[in-house]
Design a protein around this ligand. Structure first.
Ligand code: AMP
Ligand code: MG
Length: 274
């Protein structure tokens, strides 16, 4: 049994990432156990997403962050494999382009918040503006320091307006990243995923850990909590994230709308319409 509470960062707590194991089973007995849980969660997510879509009033936003190779793409693929694509959105946040850099840093994130009735995923997000922007010194300290508050205000607004925001930090070890980067070098089918920035970020590992700890401490709120997801084992990671999405949808408990008033009357088609 997964206990999501154990992974949630309580508002104001500062998790010591070097002490949180990346390779753990999170209460699951075995890989088979984790895969069975994922499969059943995927089915229930599909059913609840159908209700969210039909209801058309609220949305769910999953923010995924983590170092390169932490498994953001793989998580999306496995957890959302069963959902109706019509009611699902995914957005990847890379280095800002000319139109994006011409705006404030929250602009591109806000524009991509899922529409009512949908589940949306941010593969990287506005948090890059207090992570890479800070570590790679793209902006001065006073600039990134004040952003935590903007982000909390932004997410609180989304919550108030009907978007449930949940955020996962995929927590991989530096050793596991080494293995995964090497696999990308060794396997020609994975070469395309490599980027020089993966290696500069890897070299700055301690700085990124500090920056992530600040994010977790300052931006895990009641309305938009952060979860630290142990991610060295993919099946554990998938089980936890799917459990979190399911729990979020269950809490929303979306309802099918009533439909037209006298829908029973619609049964009485004229004969020649049968
Ligand atoms: P990937 O997710 O592997 O496709 O890589 C996307 C790259 O874009 C990563 O190196 C991120 O650090 C970078 N990136 C994302 N958002 C920003 C941002 N706001 N400023 C600068 N770089 C960013
Ligand atoms: Mg990458």
């Amino acid at each position: 049994m997964i206990d999501l509470d154990q992974h949630r960062v309580k508002p104001g707590d500062r998790p010591d990432l070097s002490k949180i194991p990346t390779r753990q089973n999170a209460g699951l007995d075995s890989k088979a156990d984790g895969e069975a849980l994922l499969a059943s969660n995927v089915e229930r997510i599909d059913e609840l997403q159908g209700r969210l879509w039909a209801e058309g009033r609220r949305s769910v936003l999953l923010v995924l962050q983590g170092m390169d190779t932490s498994g953001k793409d793989g998580t999306i693929r496995k957890v959302f494999t069963g959902v109706n694509p019509a009611a699902f959105e995914i957005h990847q946040f890379g280095v800002p382009g000319p139109h994006e850099i011409a705006q404030d840093y929250l602009w591109r994130a806000h524009a991509r918040v899922p529409r009512r009735g949908r589940i949306g995923v941010f593969n990287r997000s506005h948090y890059e503006d207090v992570l890479v922007a800070r570590v790679a010194k793209l902006v001065e300290k006073p600039v990134w320091k004040r952003r935590y508050e903007h982000i909390n205000d932004f997410e609180r607004m989304l919550h108030d307006e009907g978007t449930s925001v949940v955020k996962c930090f995929l927590h991989v070890s530096r050793e596991e990243q080494f293995e995964r980067l090497n696999a990308r070098i060794d396997d020609p089918r994975k070469n395309w995923k490599l980027s020089p920035s993966d290696f500069t970020a890897r070299a700055d590992w301690p700085e990124y850990r500090d920056a992530y700890e600040d994010v977790l401490e300052r931006c895990s709120t009641k309305q938009a909590p952060w979860y630290v997801v142990p991610a060295d084992r993919k099946w554990v990671r998938n089980a936890i994230v799917s459990q979190l999405i399911l729990a979020t949808l269950e809490k929303l408990d979306p309802k099918y709308p009533e439909g037209v008033e006298d829908h029973e009357a619609l049964r009485t088609f004229p004969r020649d319409h049968r």
